[in-house]
Design a protein around this ligand. Sequence first.
Ligand code: GN1
Ligand code: MG
Length: 368
Amino acid sequence: MSYPENELKRISRHFQIYGEILHAEPLKIGHINETYTATYDQGGMRVRYIHQKLNRNVFKNPVGVMKNMMRVTSHLRKKLEARNVPDLTRRAMVVIPTRAGKPYHENGNRDVWRTFVYIEGVQTHEAVQSPAQAFQAGKAFGEFQSLLVDLPGGRLVETIPDFHNTRQRFDNFLNAVQADGCNRAAGVRAEIEFALKRQKLVRVILDDLAKGKIPERITHNDTKFNNVMLDVTTGEAMCIVDLDTVMPGCALYDFGDMVRTTTSPTLEDELDLSKVTMQMPMFKQLARGYHSTAGQFLNRREKELMAFAGKLISFEIGLRFLTDYLSGDVYFRTHRPDHNRDRCRTQFKLVESIERQENAMQKFVDGL
Ligand code: GN1
Ligand code: MG
């Protein structure tokens, strides 16, 4: 997958970086885009930047993606500036424009590249390690949503339409089972049965959105724990990254994906399913953190469905992995045979764990 280094050097010259690229390494996180850390010599100082190639198979409207990103990052920055927050460029992503003044560079192959300031002194984790980290994640995503409540300039572009449309995700799954294009359905009978039994989950939030009981908000839509950068010394959440799916959405989907990725001690593709479990101490801190920054603007119905949202999004992502497995691994990047099947199993195991604890989880949220 690695982009040849000389190619990357050529691309880097299109951006407003006043330095000379020394070397670049691929960053192996994320299932969709290709990301590189590049080191430059700038006036005798080593400075790093991120270069990222957008996956055009997934993001069909790169202009819309980058329009959203510019609006969102400049708004975040303005709000943080007004609050006199220190360390601004470590707290909101900074997009480096091209020499032509555009937010992205498109090369001859129609590849779309963006460049960001590299944030030093932070780290991300694929799995949560402590309740304090879960608190930080919840607080940071809640703050992210709350800073965007007054974003001027009209509705953001839907960069992936129906991204969290769980009804449609379920239909796509049914179609993939029906087609069984790779003859894989027989090997995942149990997973298919598991999903079929839970079909009714997929309408709950959609129905409330349609009735207006739950409002549309500006949401991140990919609130994985590894999209929160934590300060290496203080552990404080500094910056939310991966802004390609920031668009109109539902706050509960963001909270649900936090539950999916910050409450189990395991990786998303853990093979030992006995280790996959929704840990209550993590959930409590996650919910406390999220409530501390989002509590003021959430309505009653949103608060009532917070535990449910964790179950729903774990189910949704499990369905997406299963659908992709049945379709021959065409969407998510995989690193071993049956990788999407294994990822699906982990998600479904988490769904079961949440089912067992859902009442206790919601009771805790109600008491916040
Ligand atoms: C993808 O690439 P990454 O890891 O940020 C996916 C998310 C899934 C996630 C599952 C655009 O995100 O929706 O929840 O994998 N992003 C897109 O790990 O489909
Ligand atoms: Mg992402």
